[in-house]
Design a protein around this ligand. Structure first.
Ligand SMILES: [Cu+2]
Length: 162
């Protein structure tokens, strides 16, 4: 061990502390980074939100969301009122197209994977639920059902944030 005079040891400690903070800043594994994704962040249920009803169902060999396209203003908070009108279990996962694609591969390997994420809900047939979400960035995002086979059958929708 290298012995430093007390004053120098203090300075070195302060330096390490400061560089530690720098690492946790934007782009690092900081907490804020986990909470806000490209597609936004969990909304505040106490604040006003635009109501957007979304139905999930099966229809003549297809599975779908209705509507399958939603337009949002940047910064707008949306309350998705989810209704599973189908005969099967479905889910609603908000993400980027890339993230949903990765998540879908993970679910194919592990179909019983449960989500407990603020951007996802899984609904039994005839059940209703909701997600309040704030879209903080402009872009094109997606909501999808990642239960194996469902996305391919048509269960995806687009969110355009302007
Ligand atoms: Cu589904």
């Amino acid at each position: 061990m290298i012995r430093l005079p007390k004053s120098l040891a203090g300075a070195a400690g302060a330096f390490l502390f400061a560089s530690g903070l720098a690492v946790a800043g934007p782009g690092g594994a900081g907490h804020a980074h986990d909470e806000e994704a490209a597609y936004g962040k969990p909304g505040d249920p106490k604040k006003p939100a635009r109501m957007v009803p979304v139905a999930m169902k099966e229809a003549s060999g297809k599975m779908l969301f209705f509507p399958d396209k939603v337009e949002v203003k940047r910064g707008e908070q949306v309350r998705f009122k989810l209704q599973n009108s189908g005969e099967l279990e479905h889910e609603f996962v908000i993400g980027t197209v890339e993230e949903n694609a990765k998540h879908k591969v993970a679910m194919e390997k592990n179909p019983d994977m449960e989500h407990d994420d603020p951007n996802a809900k899984r609904l039994q047939p005839k059940k209703a639920d909701e997600i309040v979400w704030q879209f903080t960035n402009a872009g094109t995002f997606e909501y999808a059902c990642l239960i194996p086979g469902h996305y391919e059958a048509g269960m995806k929708g687009t969110v355009v944030v302007k």
